[in-house]
Design a protein. Structure first.
Length: 284
């Protein structure tokens, strides 16, 4: 899809994309819109059914590195190579907020999740997180319709000096844990090769899962206690959490730079430089 969206915008490269959440009233119908971030700092909204661009916004001066819809699809969050995060309205085409907390380090992940009102003593209708390449993660509570956005937590993970001969550091990746409310999972270059479970309630790491290598991709199943982790060593690891069962797969011919569970949790998509694989998860 990135290749298609790049072809629709000559001279620019599509760097990231996200599907618009489907309305609750349209249960069973797939969303027909995607937002894509480009190398010129623009974000564009496309209709997939009509294969045409419906909206173009320019909230960034640097290339886009991450993009996400808010949980209801009323706002678009975008992150750039310069570390700035913008919040834009697809209804008006206006950028309503720019956050500079991660300035200076590329944004690697943006993710939104629904939350109950006052879950953490702050007002908001959803939580969202931003992770940057320098191993920092910020967590926010927001209510975009009321123009509210409040920093809930700020995480910074230590790491040793960069090893000699390593061309680039592994990405810093974070995701809300679907089966443990108030918990996020973090992987990245650090003191150990591991996945960290951090409790937003306790303000501390509550679980560590050892990994064979530093991760290059991460996805948590929305339907079951499964975590998928991809590595630069052409390996995909599927973990049932707590980590009582581990399965490794070596079907890729290059670094596994993307893994993503389907909303149903029944399928897992993984991608490397020259291959895209779809895995079916069977009940055990």
């Amino acid at each position: 899809l990135c290749y298609l969206l790049s072809a629709l915008v000559p001279l620019q490269s599509c760097q990231c994309l996200a599907w618009k959440p489907r309305p609750i009233v349209a249960w069973g119908a797939e969303s027909q819109h995607v937002v894509a971030g480009y190398s010129d700092g623009t974000i564009r909204v496309f209709s997939i059914s009509r294969t045409e661009m419906e909206l173009k916004m320019h909230p960034h001066a640097a290339a886009l590195t991450a993009v996400a819809y808010s949980t209801e699809g009323e706002m678009i969050l975008s992150g750039g190579k310069d570390g700035l995060v913008a919040v834009s309205s697809p209804r008006t085409g206006m950028t309503i907020r720019v956050l500079a907390d991660h300035k200076g380090s590329p944004i690697t992940v943006l993710q939104c999740t629904r939350k109950q009102y006052r879950d953490f003593g702050v007002e908001g209708t959803e939580l969202w997180l931003a992770a940057s390449l320098d191993r920092r993660v910020s967590v926010w509570a927001s209510d975009w319709l009321k123009d509210k956005c409040e920093l809930l937590d700020w995480l910074s993970f230590p790491a040793p000096a960069s090893p000699e001969g390593l061309g680039s550091l592994p990405p810093s990746l974070a995701a809300f844990c679907p089966w443990e409310p108030g918990t996020l999972v973090y992987v990245g270059f650090g003191m150990q090769k591991e996945a960290l479970f951090y409790s937003l309630h306790k303000k501390q790491v509550v679980e560590k899962i050892s990994l064979p290598y530093f991760a290059t991709s991460l996805s948590l199943s929305p339907a079951a206690c499964f975590m998928a982790v991809g590595f630069g060593e052409r390996l995909l690891r599927l973990l049932r959490c707590p980590a009582s069962e581990v399965q490794d797969y070596a079907g890729h011919d290059d670094a596994v730079h993307l893994c993503r569970f389907a909303p149903s949790g029944c399928y897992l998509l993984t991608a490397s430089h020259s291959a895209v694989l779809v895995w079916e998860l069977m009940d055990s």
